[in-house]
Design a protein around this ligand. Structure first.
Ligand SMILES: [Zn+2]
Length: 520
């Protein structure tokens, strides 16, 4: 009986190992296979374990917040080493070029256990690209005993590196086996947008192409190839492409493939935590805007109350297809969940009858699309609304739209939104604010407004502590604490403290020298 330990951690590894595991399990009389999940991407791997019926015998559960390569490497090395000491195995199988595989192979090498490398021999010959995968591949292959190359080219690389031919088998890419496996399993598209899209009798070609090795020229050629394919078979195929968020992917895909009738690009936004909060609701503007719509004659004829102009409440005015979110989350099996625009309301979140009601010529959805700046002039005469909109302008948020989902705001924008909400309420007891780099992403002119706004808060009896690198911001503070002398581990000491004029005289302080230079 051959005892095999199959190790995987990331989603691609689980997909590519699934057919291998299923094959090992078919030979249960000869081979005893055990699966080890390292678990640093556990939420992403869970659906695949279910899809492929993979049993987890050892779950290392390594996932941590802000995990680093060091943490994954040492975690896998330590835990796989422990398993191999407690439970003897004849062979350990690892896949591809991840840090999981590299560390597991190293643990097996230390434990004197033979190593089989699935998808061996992939090379770019540039140790920094892709990083750290290229180095992982070489480390794994330098300690492996059995090499399962996915292509003849990969086999040639291994031979050139001195691997004996008898130790290499060209097995093809196991992802094809995984696809064949899935295509034989029952799956229903019912209830997903794929069911409602007008594919007619065309064949669907699902595209995923975002390997980091391919970025640049190779990726551009791939996209041009896809464009030619789509145009050549216009009547026969529809390309469905959930576009990865990486700008290297998004830019090229949009330049090459957008605007072609039979190419469907699906925008992959992060799945919204709730997608319901927005600047208008946060500043309590939304209720007032809804009342304005409800007061219109058309709304009264339809018997619509303010509630009908909310996309939050069921049975009101929201689109029921997307439950008022404007988008539908699609599970595409091998790919990350993608979010696509709701086919019924086209992302407006409201039902058609509600969108027929207009206030000053705009629908409720169009009003939510106004920027803070445009909304300020649109709501002329509505002083309470204008006063709150001015708060948003004062903290440098003039450019965001009223309906922008709060979870798409940057950290700095969220902080400024909270600040505006605070400013819009009066009569608060003295409060201490701690704000981390609020100027991030701000135009210099808006930095000046933000400084004014924080000045007003301080003048009203509150205190504000700001962590900042912006020199104009630093200069406007009442008191400075300069931490340094360098960033990260080389810092943490108080280098200088005092008023900006005092810190400017501290020669040991980089900030001080900067302040002195600006003053002179
Ligand atoms: Zn909808």
């Amino acid at each position: 009986m051959l005892r095999v330990l199959t190790v995987f951690g990331t989603r691609p590894e689980a997909i590519k190992m699934a057919p291998v595991i299923s094959e090992l399990e078919k030979h249960a009389g000869l081979i005893e296979n055990r699966n080890c999940l390292t678990g640093q991407h556990k939420d992403m791997v869970a659906p695949l374990l279910e899809l492929f019926d993979i049993r987890v015998d050892y779950n290392l559960d390594l996932m941590r917040e802000n995990q680093t390569l060091e943490h994954i490497t040492t975690g896998v090395l330590h835990e796989v080493g422990r398993i191999l000491r407690e439970d003897p195995f004849d062979l350990i199988l690892v896949q591809g070029d991840t840090t999981t595989s590299m560390a597991a192979a190293l643990a097996a090498f230390y434990g004197g256990v033979r190593i089989g490398h699935v998808e061996a021999g992939l090379r770019t010959f540039d140790k920094h690209h892709p990083y750290p995968e290229e180095v992982n591949r070489k480390i794994i292959d330098s300690v492996s005993d059995l090499f399962f190359a996915h292509t003849e080219a990969a086999k040639r690389h291994l031979l050139a590196e001195g691997v004996p031919e008898g130790h290499i088998a060209v097995t093809g890419n196991t992802v094809i086996d995984a696809l064949l496996d899935v295509s034989n399993r029952p799956y229903s598209f019912a209830g997903t947008p794929l069911e409602t899209l007008p594919f007619d009798s065309k064949r669907i070609v699902l595209v995923t192409a975002h390997r980091r090795e391919s970025f640049g020229d190779p990726f551009e050629s791939m996209c041009r190839g896809l464009r030619d394919l789509a145009l050549k078979y216009k009547e026969r195929i529809v390309l469905v492409y959930p576009v990865h968020r990486n700008p290297n992917v998004r830019q090229v895909v949009n330049d090459t493939l957008s605007g072609i009738d039979n190419v469907l690009l699906i925008d992959q936004s992060p799945v919204a935590r709730s997608g319901r909060g927005n600047p208008a609701s946060y500043l309590k503007l939304f209720g007032e805007i809804r009342s304005l719509f409800a007061q219109s004659t058309d709304a009264k004829v339809q018997n619509f109350s303010a509630r009908h102009f909310s996309f939050n409440s069921a049975g009101g005015g929201r689109c029921e297809t997307c439950r008022g979110t404007g988008s539908i989350s699609v599970d595409l099996q091998f790919l990350p969940d993608v979010v696509m625009t709701c086919p019924d309301c086209h992302g407006t979140r409201f039902r058609r009858e509600v969108l027929e009601i207009k206030y000053r010529g705009l629908t409720i959805a169009e009003v939510l699309d106004l920027t803070v700046k445009d909304a300020f002039s649109f709501f002329r005469g509505q002083h309470r609304l204008q006063r709150r909109l001015k708060m948003l302008s004062d903290v440098g948020l003039e450019y965001i739209t009223l309906g922008q989902p709060a979870d798409t705001l940057s950290g700095g924008e969220s902080q400024r939104l909270k600040l505006a909400a605070f400013l819009s309420r009066s009569g608060r007891s003295p409060t201490l604010f701690v704000i981390d780099e609020p100027t991030t992403g701000l135009h210099p002119a808006d930095v000046v407004r933000l400084i004014d706004c924080l000045g007003q808060i301080a003048a009203a009896g509150h205190s504000v502590i700001v962590i900042e690198h912006d020199i104009n911001f630093i200069r406007s503070a009442d008191y400075l604490i300069d931490l340094g002398p360098e960033a990260g581990p080389a810092g943490g000491q108080v280098v200088a403290a005092g008023t900006p004029a005092e810190v400017a005289r501290a020669s040991a302080s980089v900030t001080g020298r900067l302040l002195a230079g600006q003053a002179g």
